[in-house]
Ligand binder design. Sequence first.
Ligand SMILES: CC(C)(COP(=O)(O)OP(=O)(O)OC[C@H]1O[C@@H](n2cnc3c(N)ncnc32)[C@H](O)[C@@H]1OP(=O)(O)O)[C@@H](O)C(=O)NCCC(=O)NCCS
Length: 390
Amino acid sequence: MGLYQLQPIIRSYDKRVDRARVEDLERRCEVGPTERVFLFTDTMGDPICRIRNSPMYKMLVAELDNELVGVIQGSIKVVTINKPPKDNIATGAKVGYILGLRVAPHQRRKGIGSSLVRELEEWFVLNEVDYAYMATEKDNEASVKLFVKKFGYNKFRTPAILINPVQNRPSHISSNVEISKLKVEEAESLYRKFMSSAEFFPNDINDILRNKLSLGTWVAYPRGESLGNTKSWAMLSVWNTGGLFKLWLGKAPLSCLIYTKSSRVISRLFPCFKLVPSLPDFFDPFGFYFMYGVHSEGPLSGKLVRSLCQFVHNMAIASKDCKVIVTEVGGHEFELRHHIPHWKLLCPEDLWCIKALKNKDHEEERNKDLLDQLTKTPPSKPLFVDPREV
Ligand SMILES: CC(C)(COP(=O)(O)OP(=O)(O)OC[C@H]1O[C@@H](n2cnc3c(N)ncnc32)[C@H](O)[C@@H]1OP(=O)(O)O)[C@@H](O)C(=O)NCCC(=O)NCCS
């Protein structure tokens, strides 16, 4: 680093002056594979849209010599982490999620990414966050080295992202299966009863279910039985990501390689488009559905989960805007994976990394114990993937 190198100014995002510059930076930052067809993202004039639905959020920008050279986003919420040793109650913890870290290509390796992460962690600490976590592609060397080597994050979960392109023909749903939509209060009560010990189960599940992007929660059970007395049942909820941002494919000459996607999930969708026979469909702006809170019980649970997925697929056809259905399942839920329709060749793993923050002294030991549990033992509970974080 030169003696007179300017230090970036890190400050909060200000929509009036930063919106267009952040969008431009996103376009110049390449996250996924470089191919001749590009996936464009339209955040519909709101680059902060991905975190806006969280209880607390912040977006920081880095400025160097009046140029916007970096950006990072973070959100805070309370989730179930895991039970501490000698205690059988699932523990709530305040967690800070880091996403959307980007540094302008010509300004990399000058410490700007690190400054942004450091500043966001300080905001977490100020708000008494116990753990910071982030997710990235396993092969994103820059990101993994930055978080794991430089900032001491621990790799701890590798959930699989399942992608199912929406076909033109409706899926056949077995006539032996009854599917019904739950009221928000019913859905909340079922989630709190059956999923509140899942890792990262959000305390504000009620807000997620009530959000206008949440299209609803459905249950499936054998026809002729009732939800109250059946042995087998399944449930899931649907989040309309298309209400936040749209995607579309565009062809661009090699000189425009800078135009790529803006989020990790979107980058994961990319390779599958090449395999879709009806590729032209994706040249018009489209959205995707994210299925979350998938839970099932009983001997027929697999069949019931499949029926719910088929139901969501048919909903997507009717919506006209949704061209892809995405879900993310934790490492130990192999059985579940088997019943969720997806492209088998496309099952990328997401790498989640976590770090205990130096909080109030008396909580540090407890946080470290829980972190050891999380990172040193294989997952024994399902993972709740928050739709606000895709
Ligand atoms: C990841 C990214 C934000 C890093 O920004 P940056 O300003 O270059 O990072 P820093 O200069 O602070 O680097 C900090 C450390 O990260 C690691 N690192 C950063 N870039 C790296 C690279 N290309 N290869 C290997 N390690 C890298 C190094 O350990 C580095 O420390 P060092 O320079 O002392 O060796 C930037 O490369 C980027 O915008 N990439 C595209 C978007 C992306 O992948 N974001 C992450 C999604 S979670």
